[in-house]
Design a protein. Sequence first.
Length: 365
Amino acid sequence: MIKPTRVIVALVAATFLPLAGLSTAATAATPTPAATQRHLVEIPAQAAVAQAVAPSECATTLLGDYVDQLIGAMTLEQLLFLIEHQNTLLSVPTYDALFFGTQGDPDYALESHARQITNTFRDLQRFWDIDSSDIQLMAMHGDVLLDADRIAATLTAMVATGVTEPMTPAEIEAEAEEVATFMQEQGDFYDNPLWTLNAFAFSGEGESDPFIAALPDKLVMGDGIIEFYDAIGLGDVGVRVIMAHEFAHHVQFELGVFDTGPTDPAEATRRTELMADAMASYFATHKKGLALNSKRVADALLSFYTVGDCYFDDPGHHGTPLQRQRAADWGADLAAAAKPRSYVLPAETFVGLFEAALPGIISGN
């Protein structure tokens, strides 16, 4: 059994479209091949609605509606191409940034909201009392899908690390050429927000694969998630709040939070995700943080997820909308209760308080 990954995604989205699977993978020269396929990063647009859910707990959110709109705006040719090549289109931008992205490389430079994101990142580094000097902040862009060489390199690394199914080098080359050629002929389709509708934190500490373990700590923001927040009128708040959520995972990495807690994968993920929501809300509403309106912060967190994430037994379960709301409210209330108002709790103290509050956040009692 492969141990839980230390890559934490910002969201678990659903497309409301059952997409047929595509096997794209290869052998790699550098990483060591993995025997079992795994997910280093859960790709938001790959998730599908698998069950009927109760509207009160699991109604669709703004992100789900947004994904529907993106798919609905595609031409038939584009939609069919997506169905046939979904693994490449939906995975390569994420894994390209994870495997090859470097802070300072123009291919991974922040563009939209760049100053806002960078300033928030620096605020977070000052706010939480952990060593965050080694975290690289960068973006992922859809233009990687225009470059056959980058696509091929990413697919090669994906199969070698076990995140996609095997494929010969010739098959990789053919897939990369076909995708790049199609994107070059489709105007700005390469820049569709669907390809980069994600944000994630990464630490390779403790990974057995030497290639993954050697990767630097990262916080990656996708162009698509930034466009989403602009589209729903939360661009001023949402990007900063999601940045705070992802940075919270780096706080958890440093404190060893992932090495403790429930053994059940779904419960373990729910614990760390709700904690990250609470930490994001605490920072975003705190006087020494962003000092934002608590309702706007909660709206940003809740709009970030699709069906309300009611995959209760799924290892990627993030908590229901009501649980996320309660976690965000708890964090905001803790910030409001700070005495003096400028006092910031040590991260370890915050984690201890959250652990005590978690049963009530889950149950609502």
